[in-house]
Design a protein around this ligand. Structure first.
Ligand SMILES: [Cu+2]
Length: 498
């Protein structure tokens, strides 16, 4: 049997997962280190858990096992036996009770990405640790005015977030629209990427891959490789897309089809806007309306240059390089899924009712202004002593994450303006828990429309200005780079709102 790394053993250990492919070893061996994915399956949907009577109560069991990934039986991690985990559907004003059962061989916990809920106690508290073999009862209450839209959940145990998410631990959360959006077919598309080792187990990343941000060789939608969807001409579909990748940016196109953007991250725009493409940094979501046109179209991730580590260049181990495989060599990009439109035309889709005006902070009184500098200075580093590259630190305002230290103290109920400065040669997608950020300016250019995000891309050597309304909740939580390897390597800070 091919050797497995200590980390891979740690991730998958305990249930004999690593040994179970021995019978199929010839297959794996004949396909070298990466078995060929199975493509063209019909797109599946995760199991769905829906609230009733004002609450959703469920268990999420995180466990290693063998899961179908790209049509192969892979040694990976899943919630409730699946990759992705179940989709949770609920409404504003409702309660969500989740029992996290940790059957992994290492600590874990749970974060509800993008939800505007308390960060304290047993709510969205990333400082909770759920040890192997134990469980934890989370309880969240969504405010009555919580924005509708697409959110997601994943582990947030510092140091192991990237490994657990790329292992398969993620799922969608949908907060229902108060006024339904007329769309015939609704699909959830959770996009992830991962690499399998020679034994068919999710591979652990090397330190240089982690510093660049690991990019998996398999690009998957709901765990499938280039699955197929079918529609009738004229049919309107709603695609809810999450970028669950650890580091890969998704610049998505669906050429040949009418594509409209209904919303990004949280809430929805007043009316959908026609788009040719949409860029999702890790953690971002898009809600797209597709009006099907006769023929066959591919949902593709086309190249996006997110920079590279110093001295690595485009063809280094960063994006676009041999380990990066983000498709920079192929301008057509990577096919995520295929839409086949055939049959009798559907009746015309109804007009979409206008949504409410988005919140607007440009005229708000600003109580404090801060600058947060994201950097990757040379220093002792996580892999100190292994050469200059190995001595990179991942910092915010010069400091790597320490959960005992509070970096930023904010007065509850105030609006702040933050300048997010990137002094490195890689983009960093900046994520703040609990409170959404309004984009004010990008690289000195004002953002004209009121635009809310919970992940804001800060371009390499660039800067972004945001405003944040710290309303509704107090407590300690975090902001961090959503290249999850960078977060694990220290690019995270603690904020306390009080
Ligand atoms: Cu980063």
């Amino acid at each position: 049997m091919p050797p497995i790394s200590r980390r891979s053993a740690l991730l998958l250990g305990g249930l004999g997962v690593t040994g179970t492919v021995a019978g199929g070893v010839g297959l794996w061996r004949s396909l070298n280190s990466q078995p060929a994915p199975v493509t063209g399956e019909s797109l599946g949907q995760p199991a769905t858990l829906t609230s009733t009577g004002g609450a959703l109560a469920a268990s999420l069991e995180a466990a290693p096992g063998r899961f179908p990934l790209a049509g192969l039986q892979a040694g990976a991690l899943g919630y409730n036996g699946g990759i992705p985990g179940p989709t949770l559907r609920l409404r504003a004003g409702e309660a969500l009770r989740l029992k996290l059962v940790n059957k992994l061989a290492e600590p874990s916990n749970l974060h509800l990405h993008g939800l505007h809920v308390s960060p304290q106690g047993n709510s969205d508290n990333v400082f909770v640790t759920v040890d192997p073999g134990s469980s934890f009862d989370y309880e969240y209450r969504l405010p009555a005015g919580h924005p509708p839209g697409l959110y997601w959940y994943h582990p947030h145990h510092h140091g192991r977030v990237a490994a657990q998410v790329s292992g398969g631990l993620f799922g969608a959360i949908i907060v229902e629209d108060p006024v339904p959006v007329a769309a015939g077919t609704e699909r959830v598309l959770l996009v992830s990427d991962t690499s399998l080792d020679g034994a068919g187990n999710v591979a652990e990343a090397s330190l240089p891959e982690r510093m660049a941000g690991r990019v998996g060789a398999l690009l998957l939608v709901n765990g499938q490789s280039n699955p197929r969807m079918t529609a009738r001409p004229g049919e309107r579909e709603r695609w809810r897309i999450v970028n669950c990748c650890v580091a890969r940016y998704l610049r998505l196109r669906l050429d040949g089809q009418k594509l409209q953007l209904l919303g990004m991250d949280s809430g929805r725009s007043q009316s959908p806007s026609d788009v040719q493409e949409v860029l999702l940094a890790p953690g971002n979501r898009a809600e797209l309306l597709v009006t099907a046109a006769l023929g066959q179209s591919e949902l593709r991730a086309v190249p996006y240059d997110r920079g590279a580590m110093p001295g690595m260049g485009r063809r280094g181990m960063g994006p676009g390089g041999p380990a990066g495989q983000e498709g920079a060599e192929d301008p057509a990009g990577t096919t995520l899924a295929t839409l086949v439109v055939a049959g009798d035309p559907a009746p015309p889709a109804p007009v979409i009712a206008a949504g409410p005006a988005p919140p607007e902070l440009r005229s708000a009184a600003v109580a404090a202004r801060r600058q947060l500098v994201l950097a990757t200075p040379m220093g002792p580093g996580q892999g100190g002593g292994m050469g200059p590259l190995m001595g990179m630190d991942f910092t915010i305002n010069g400091l790597a994450f320490d959960e005992r230290r509070t970096d930023t103290i904010v007065a509850a109920g105030t609006v702040e303006e933050w300048i997010l400065v990137n002094r490195s040669t890689m983009d960093h997608p900046f994520h703040l828990h609990v409170w959404p950020m309004q984009l004010i300016a990008e690289n000195g250019r004002a953002v004209e429309k009121a635009t809310l995000r919970d992940v804001v891309n800060v371009p390499a050597n660039g800067q972004v200005t945001v405003r944040i309304d710290f309303r509704d909740f107090t407590g300690r939580t975090v902001y961090h780079c959503h290249i999850l390897d960078h977060e694990d390597l220290g690019m995270m800070g603690v904020i306390e709102v009080r």
